[in-house]
Design a protein around this ligand. Sequence first.
Ligand code: DP6
Length: 333
Amino acid sequence: MTKTGSAAAVAGANFALVKYWGKRDDRLNLPAAGSISITVDSLTTRTSVTFKDTKERDSLLMNGKAVSGKMLDKVSGFLNLVRNRAGIRQPASVETVNSFPTGAGLASSASGFAALALAASNAAGLNLSRHELSVLARQGSGSAARSVFGGFVEMNRGSRDDGEDAAATELAAAAHWPLTVTVAVTDLNPKDTGSRDGMALSRETSPFYPNWVAGADADLAECRKAVLNRDFGKLADVSEFNCLKMHGVAMSSRPGLIYWNDTTVRLIHEARRMRNDGIPVFFTVDAGPQVKFISLPEAALTVKTRLDGMPGIKELFSCSLGEGVCEAKGGAG
Ligand code: DP6
């Protein structure tokens, strides 16, 4: 059967408040525990996929540059999932553009694989449900399963061996509680150890890893409740606790993973100082040195003003909560 087609999609990055750091199955990319995140509106990936009737291989153009090697292999492997499901064999040309630095801990794989899942499945003529898209996106990147949805999103660990129940669901829409995220970029270079390798190392070597996994359900319950009750103090408390625990696990791996630089540490202290000054803001940090300040919208300008001009900050982005992955018109650009 031959089917060719073209489709484009756009997805927002997401930042986890209760983090995913460890897998229960590497092949199907199943998380060891659930996670909760917020999807943002202005850090996006836009991807177009065209399946072509040629004998060429898959091609990938990322931010205008042709990409080969490991990254292309990963995308081809992901496209195979879509091709197998649709019963097609054509190679695809994929074009993807990020509105933010790639691979520096700003969740480019989350928005990237969520956009790719929708664009590729539509281009292949599949009409997947949100649940099916989330299961598919997860196989590209665990956090991508969450960018399928907007607002506050919970990733379910699932218990099935085939991973069909390891998908995200919407916890609350963006309009439920319009938080603001101010992202302080402290290093524009890609990190040394990506999340995938980092979490595998933690599982194998950190003495804290079993406790980290065992504590996830309690953190998830607290976070869920704080979101549903719009309780900022409780959300700040559980999110910072969970973030520092994740970095504790990373740092106690062997060799230890230190994702922070000196500016990261200064910014963490600054977030705490702001909160002590009565500003409703808290921090979170993923597998990289960037710091995300999450605040109530009325405090966003104050947060930005406090951060503006601080040494070591390379870029500041402000985002609101956004929608899940959606179709886009035209090409990737
Ligand atoms: C620290 O989703 O990038 O951002 O599933 O191996 O692709 P893979 O990992 P990835 O890990 C994200 C880790 C994190 C925390 C989080 O987003 O929950």
